[in-house]
Design a protein. Structure first.
Lengths: 463, 463
């Protein structure tokens, strides 16, 4: 949407020549665009640039989630006094993100320089992992006792709202116990009578909330299902300890999506952008799974070894090995991607496995018959036109390939659809059932099916 | 989060016995939960239930995006008068969703019964495909002339805001041309002086907007990047024709995510949930790609045929065919999933292809050396312990397998990373570069690499 990248040489030139002129040029930009520019600059230049930005804009820029992996490098090039003021002014969820990434030496040093309120909020947030509700929540929310009137509430928002992440949801507390009893939207306040008490605005229902350790994907699901702008994080005692806003959820959704896509490709999730990860970091994320799959795939050599006699007698059988096992892998990959996604969307749960099995069996059979027919026709055509000679028993060879395809594709669909359930049942992430994982699983079995079918059909002729 | 599914028998019983009692029981529920229940009921029961729900709740329920695929079936079981009132009250983006799914006979019949304003808004929305900004926008937004004061604006929101999808963003228009000149948030209005003119509230910048035909994924990117609650859709003349809100964007993100996951699994995107699609619909989505991949994979039989002589002389070579080609496919699948995702997140653009190539070449080589070493060690161990006899030339066989793995894995990484760029360059969706697609591509080349390496190393000994 913006062409900040093209402005980089210009930025660097201005930064060198006249930092204050640069700051003036940038002050008209949106925070997200300045953040884009910072990601393109070397860290020392970014640090200098942050130091000359108008303070409010600098805070907004540092609040951008897109800057997550860069903040530590940037503050390493900023003067200490500027840093602590900046951090104090950031939203609490981003403060926690930053401290999670700081080195163990930098953390206590920087923490000491912060405002006591910030220190306390950080101590709370850092207790929770980054993929939980409390790990992505902010502690800056608006809460009021149920006995306040709408007029009092609106006045209070005008007084303290500037420092809050959102003023569009007001968390209404029991005046005595301070427990969450109701949630009122600013929209409802706008339409309510000035003298109504908050507890009586809108429909009174048990408020939607999440627990501190709720997985961020489930938080996203609640916000998306009920079309919320924010959801409160409530502890065991019924007290609101923070809120997760819809923009944090979008970031979480995009991150999860990236992780799942990479896992399905057969590797560990990268955690940082492809363009940013170092060479050995990349090798580390890929070599592990690749080697594990390779070790599994070695069983194909063992399986093939068992049928070495058959291959020697009928080399023609070997020709179709890649075709047959890959068809099993492909049908398995389809089934796996379908089931992983349906599980992630909660369209399916663990107990639906047998319904899926009953569905994939006829589906696999049908797909197998389609491919098997194509395979048989292929062999017959090649033989008739003299493009290849499969020997005098070419009809039996074609039959073998056709029947093996039906068996292998059916097995592929079944194995591919059951693997995510199995992984989930064993407590693993179903998304680990990658396309290569399924292919490996199906390859070994596919070989056995193929050679068993061949033995049955070709015994007495070729074998 | 809720256990509506368990309540279904109870719901059906109440619906049969006393519909009004049922309506009372449901009126305390949230719309999203009632929608969940409707999805589990047979369409005729859902239709009856909708008819007895309090009208406001019925509208909210029908506005739930989760009900998208069910609306047509449900209204087929509702009285015509109730339907038109319900549709008139729905938000305009959902009205358009519904009409897109209606049959060609039902569409004009229902359209005639609607309010003229609704008819006009539908005529506009239905001009655009469902995956564009205008296809997912709503026409119910708040706009005001720049000359109004904050006090006038707040009063206007109280007067007309109830009918609008969101009142948190106010679109400020030039009083003469009616063009969009500014966007003010309700939050800014809360903190502004009552007498300030809207044009002077907040910072004056060119407002962020999208064009009617902007892809919904790009709309999601703008909303997520700038942390917006809504983005205006502006036509060529500079007029706001609708807005896309953040909750629509979340739904769009989840849909795109599902489509991409299914495509990467090697099939067409399903469009409807796995649990809802019919048997032949499912076959249709899967058989096409599976057959296309099968036809491509047939080239492996041709390639193997070219080396039939080599296999006859050294059957031991056939044993490692699945191991070697699958390793290429796996490394290719990793690279493809990385690049598809980086392209989707705009971390990479088309012109970065050579940077990726320069990166994947050493990565592929390193991964190839890792797998090659494991492969060589595997053969030497099996031979030394007498678990398998690879013949007197087992050292040369091991060397062949090792070198072939380096070549095949390097080729796999390169092909896997370049394919998404190539597809994008040719105008296809890079997400079509599925794991099975890459595997097929790499299998044929992998075989040729393997047998060429074997010919070079084993000539004079085995071959």
């Amino acid at each position: 949407m913006s062409n900040t990248v093209q402005q980089i040489p210009e930025l660097l030139y201005l930064l060198h020549k006249d930092p204050s002129e640069l700051a003036a040029a940038l002050s008209g930009m949106r925070a997200a665009d300045v953040a884009d520019a910072l990601r393109q600059l070397p860290p020392d230049a970014s640090g200098k640039l942050m130091a000359v930005l108008p303070f409010d804009l600098a805070v907004e820029v540092f609040d951008e989630p897109e800057l997550a992996e860069y903040r530590c490098d940037i503050i390493a090039h900023m003067p200490d006094g500027t840093i602590s003021a900046l951090i104090d002014a950031m939203s609490s969820d981003r403060q926690a993100d930053l401290f999670r990434e700081l080195s163990h030496e930098a953390r206590p040093r920087l923490l000491k320089q912060l405002d006591p309120v910030t220190q306390e909020s950080l101590a709370l947030l850092l207790k929770f992992p980054a993929d939980t509700a409390a790990g992505i929540m902010t502690t800056e929310f608006v809460s009021m006792p149920a006995t306040w009137t709408v007029a009092q509430a609106l006045q209070n928002i005008r007084d303290v709202g500037r420092a809050k992440e959102t003023v569009y949801a007001i968390y209404v507390l029991d005046p005595a116990s301070q427990k969450l009893v109701h949630v009122v939207s600013l929209r409802q306040l706008m339409f309510a009578e000035q003298t109504t008490q908050l507890g009586d605005v809108g429909e009174r229902r048990v408020p939607l909330s999440v627990a501190p350790r709720t997985d961020r994907e489930d938080v996203a699901r609640v916000i998306s299902k009920y079309n919320l702008l924010a959801v409160p994080v409530v502890d065991d005692g019924g007290h609101v300890i923070g809120i997760v806003t819809v923009d944090d959820v979008i970031d979480a959704l995009v991150r999860e999506q990236t992780e799942d896509a990479q896992k399905f490709g057969g590797m560990e999730a990268l955690d940082i952008p492809y363009t940013q990860i170092g060479f050995w970091g990349m090798i580390g994320k890929r070599a592990g799974w690749l080697t594990a799959l390779f070790l599994g795939e070695m069983l194909t050599a063992t399986a093939m070894g068992k049928f070495e006699g058959e291959i020697e007698k009928a080399v023609v059988l070997a020709l179709f090995v890649p075709l047959i096992i890959s068809s099993g892998g492909n049908s398995g990959s389809q089934a796996t991607s379908l089931i992983i996604r349906a599980l992630a969307l909660r369209e399916l749960t663990l107990k639906d496995w047998w319904r899926v099995a009953l569905r994939e069996l006829p589906t696999g059979l049908t797909l197998g018959v389609v491919l098997g027919s194509v395979g048989v026709i292929r062999i017959l055509i090649w033989q008739s036109f003299g493009w290849y000679d499969y020997g005098v028993n070419f009809r039996l060879v074609a039959l073998t390939v056709g029947c093996a395809l039906v068996g292998v594709v059916t097995f592929g669909s079944m194995a591919g659809s059951m693997l995510p359930f199995l992984l989930k049942r064993l407590g693993f992430d179903p998304a680990s059932a990658s396309a290569p994982f399924v292919a490996t699983l199906v390859d070994v079995t596919g070989l056995i099916i193929y050679f068993e079918v061949a033995t049955a059909i070709l015994r007495g002729s070729l074998l």
